[in-house]
Design a protein. Sequence first.
Length: 324
Amino acid sequence: MKAGIVPAATAVLALALLSGCPPRPRSRPGDPPIVQLSPARVFAFPGANSPPDKREPGETDCNSPLHWDNKTLYLFNSAGHPWRSAGPDLFHLTNSYLRCEYDTKANGGRWIECTWKADDGTLYGWYHNEPTGLCPGTRLTARKIGAVRSSDNGANWHDLGFILEARPNTLRCDTTNYYFAGGNGDFSVMADSQREFLYFFISTYAGDVSEQGVAVARMRYADRNSPVGKVWKWHAGAWNEPGLGGRVTPIFPAKVDWHMPDADAFWGPSIHYNTHLRKYVLLAQSHQRRELEPERHLHLLQRRPRKSIEVESARQNLNQLAQR
């Protein structure tokens, strides 16, 4: 899922969406969130396709979901294909290391972005797919999202099909982007506290700039075993657009079209429950691109904070969304 994007900033937003509670007031209304950085030792995941001697970690190219099964922690790292590590805790993943297997073939890689362990022991997962051959003569893809299920903690996956993709006829083979010409991908998933719905926080790269950014879709938790056609996107104040080919209203809208040389948008949302804050927290990358070749990203990207009005606008969108 090489987005070819080095984050220019990180946006942090405590969500009321899944907790059903209003956001905690800030001490100075209107100020952006404050992040304090503390020293920490370097820790490397085993990664995907690590060399047999383990002298160097493999790649990690997306979210790295993990779950417990009794006293064993399972971690997934993906780089076009997922690999699974296991151990007694995050710092001792030494029990096993294996390449995960799907029961179907796919056009393009499948990155496991999120997992959810059900009470009956079934592990559900969702993957980011990058099909090839969409724009002849280029490497461009249009990302899609699919669902899988496992009965052995993710060693083997049963593919349940694609559940989220962009509107038809939105492929931009004339894009200035180095990696993609559209699609929906780079996402995370979270169940609400009542396990009524699964919420998908997705990156949208297709259609008009008003549909690009970070958007939300949802599916009833009860539909997780047959999810195709059961996901609905948030659009114009309601869950009224199908996950496959529907429109979106982003909660973090792009400022500049992803397919322009000066693209400016949030992407790659990752959600978790923060036990210290006692709230759901969403992390999203903020990207301002000046050049598109990956080898030039590091010294050409500029860093600047997003305006607080953008965070407040997203907060208002989420409050509205939580009431539906």
